[in-house]
Design a protein around this ligand. Structure first.
Ligand code: BG6
Length: 482
C-alpha cells in the first residue's frame, strides 16, 4: 500500500541534553540530568529517574565526583562536534524535518544574565543554517528537560514565578535570532513531567519544606503553563505565523474490562493523565475535573486573573505529543509494566520491548482520532520509536527488523487515521541517531536508525553507522510504499 498524504512531514527527533554532549563547553552551565550518574544495578536494571536520586544533596555530589562515576548525558552522542555529519545523515535518509531542542544553559547559563552567551547562539545558528542548506525544516523545543541547575540553586526552580520572566527573555532571544530559521516552536517537551518529577523542572522539595508535594508539583506545572502561553503570545506577535505548539507525553490507556465501575476508574485516569494537559494548552482553562481533584488534594494554586486570561487567549496552533505505548487501567500493581514517565497495566493482547513498553500501533490510530475529534487542531507526532539493546555486527550494521516492523505498523496506523479523516501533518521518530536514554541514562537503550559507537560508559569511537532500518526508511520516503 502507498501512504496517502503527499505533503506529510517525515523526520527524526533528538534533545540537546541527551545528544549534544560538551556539557560545560563555550560557557554552558550544567543541567539536572547531566548530574545523574550511570549506575548499573542488576541485569537490565539501571539507576533511573526516581524521587530519591533526584535530591539536590544527591545530585550535587556530581560536582566533586569523589566516587569517579560516569555521567552519560555530559557526553551524549557528541553531536556538538559532529552536527554536520548528523544533519547530512538525516538528509541522506530523505527526511523533511528535524525536531531538535535548544539548551537554555548554552544561551543563558544562569538564567538571569542581561545578555545571551554569543558562543551558544553561534552553535545553534550553525546547526539551523546547515539544516536549511540541506533542505530540512526544523521544529525546535526550548526546554527539553534541561532547566539549568543554577536556576534551582539561585531561584528555587519553576515554583518561583520570576523564572517565567527568565524563560521569556530566553524565548525572545530565540525568536529574534532564529525566527526565520525555525519552522515550528515548542516551548516545552512533555510538560507533564512537571507533575511527575518536578525536580527536572528545578523545583526540589527540600527547598520547600512546608509545601505539600501535590502543591509543589501542580504549582510548578501552572507556572510552566503560564510561560507556555506567554511564549505562544510572544511568538505570534513577533513571528506573525501560526507555528506554536507544546509537546505532551500522551498516555493512552484502555479500561481493564467493560464493567462500568472499571470504566469510570479508567475515565478518571484518562482525564487526569491525558486530557488535562491537552485541555490546558488547547482550551486554555483548568477543566472542572481538575478543580475537583485539587480540592481533594488540598492544592491551592497561586494564580492571578492576568495569568488566567493569558492561558485562555494564547492556546496552541497545533497539538503535538509523544506516543510510545499504551497501558491498561484497573490492573493490579503486580501486573504493571514499564512505560514512558508512568508504569501502566499489562495488556495481554500486546507485545513489549525489553523495558516492558507495550507496542500498540492500533492505539496510535485511536489516539489520533480521539485528539482530532476532541480538539480539531492539526496533529503532529513528535516522538515515537522503539528502544532496543543492540550491538554492531561484523558488517558494521544492525539488522533491526523489529524496528522496521514497528515503524511500518505505526506508519500504517497513521495512514488509517488519515483515511478516517484526521488532520495529522507530521511524524518525527525519536532518537533517530542513538542517544542517551532519558529515564535510564544508558546508551544501551537505542532508538536510532543510525547507530552511535558508544557503550554505557562512553567507550568507543562515537562513529555513526547506518542500521538496516535506515535503508528501509529511505526507501519508504522515496516510494511512500508500505
Ligand atoms: C520521551 C522524552 O519521554 O521519551 C525523551 O521526551 C526520551 O527525552 C523518550 O528519551 C524515550 O524515553 P527513554 O527513557 O527511553 O529515553
Amino acid at each position: 500500500m502507498k501512504f496517502i498524504k503527499k505533503d506529510f512531514l517525515w523526520g527524526g527527533a533528538t534533545a540537546a541534553v541527551q545528544f549534544e554532549g560538551e556539557y560545560d563547553k563555550d560557557g554552558k552551565s550544567c543541567s539536572i540530568l547531566e548530574m545523574m550518574p550511570y549506575m548499573k544495578l542488576e541485569q537490565r536494571e539501571v539507576m533511573s529517574l526516581n524521587h530519591s536520586t533526584l535530591s539536590k544533596k544527591n545530585l550535587e555530589k556530581s560536582f566533586e565526583n569523589k566516587e569517579g562515576l560516569h555521567y552519560p548525558k555530559r557526553i551524549g552522542s557528541n553531536h556538538y562536534n559532529r552536527y554536520k555529519e548528523d544533519i547530512d545523515l538525516l538528509a541522506e535518509a530523505k527526511m523533511d524535518i528535524y525536531r531538535m531542542s535548544i539548551s537554555w544553559g548554552r544561551i543563558y547559563p544562569n538564567g538571569d544574565e542581561a545578555k545571551p552567551n554569543e558562543k551558544g547562539l553561534e552553535f545553534y545558528r550553525n546547526v539551523l543554517t546547515y539544516c536549511k542548506q540541506k533542505g530540512l525544516k526544523v521544529m525546535a523545543t526550548l526546554s527539553h528537560y534541561d532547566t539549568p541547575y543554577t536556576i534551582a540553586q539561585k531561584h528555587g526552580g519553576w515554583m518561583n514565578k520570576e523564572v517565567i520572566d527568565m524563560f521569556m527573555k530566553y524565548a525572545k532571544t530565540m525568536f529574534t535570532e532564529f525566527g526565520d530559521l525555525v519552522d515550528y516552536w515548542l516551548p516545552f517537551n512533555e510538560i507533564n513531567m512537571a507533575i511527575i518529577f518536578p525536580m527536572i523542572s528545578a523545583t526540589f522539595p527540600e527547598d520547600y519544606p512546608n509545601v505539600s508535594f501535590d502543591q509543589l508539583r501542580f504549582q510548578t506545572l501552572h507556572n510552566q503553563l503560564v510561560a507556555q502561553a506567554k511564549v505562544v503570545q510572544l511568538g505570534h506577535e513577533m513571528l506573525k505565523k501560526k507555528n506554536m505548539g507544546c509537546m505532551i507525553a500522551n498516555m493512552t490507556t484502555y479500561p481493564i474490562d467493560c464493567n462500568p465501575v472499571n470504566v469510570i476508574e479508567w475515565q478518571k485516569f484518562d482525564q487526569q493523565a491525558r486530557y488535562f494537559l491537552f485541555d490546558m494548552v488547547a482550551k486554555g482553562e483548568y477543566p472542572t475535573y481538575m478543580i475537583k481533584m485539587f480540592e481533594k488534594l488540598k492544592v491551592k494554586l497561586h494564580t492571578t486573573e492576568e495569568e488566567m486570561n493569558i492561558l485562555k487567549n494564547n492556546t496552541v496552533d497545533f497539538l503535538t505529543f509523544s506516543y510510545y505505548m499504551t497501558g491498561v487501567v484497573g490492573e493490579t500493581t503486580a501486573n504493571k509494566v514499564g512505560g514512558n514517565l508512568l508504569s501502566m497495566g499489562k495488556n495481554p493482547f500486546l507485545k513489549a520491548n525489553e523495558w516492558g513498553w507495550q507496542i500498540d500501533p492500533q492505539g496510535l490510530r485511536y489516539t489520533l482520532n480521539d485528539l482530532w475529534d476532541r480538539y480539531h487542531l492539526p496533529l503532529f507526532i513528535s516522538e515515537n520509536g522503539i528502544g532496543w539493546d543492540e550491538k554492531l555486527n561484523d558488517q558494521k550494521t544492525v539488522e533491526d527488523d523489529y524496528r522496521i516492523d514497528y515503524m511500518k505498523e505505526h506508519f500504517i496506523a497513521i495512514n488509517d487515521a488519515v483515511e478516517d479523516g484526521v488532520n495529522v501533518f507530521g511524524y518525527t521518530m525519536w532518537g533517530v541517531i542513538d542517544l542517551v536514554s532519558n529515564s535510564s541514562n544508558e546508551m544501551s537503550k537505542r532508538y536510532g536508525i543510525i547507530y552511535v559507537d558508544y557503550d554505557d560508559y562512553h567507550n568507543g569511537t562515537g562513529d555513526r553507522f547506518k542500521k538496516k532500518s535506515f535503508y528501509w526508511f529511505k526507501k519508504f520516503k522515496e516510494t511512500l510504499e508500505l
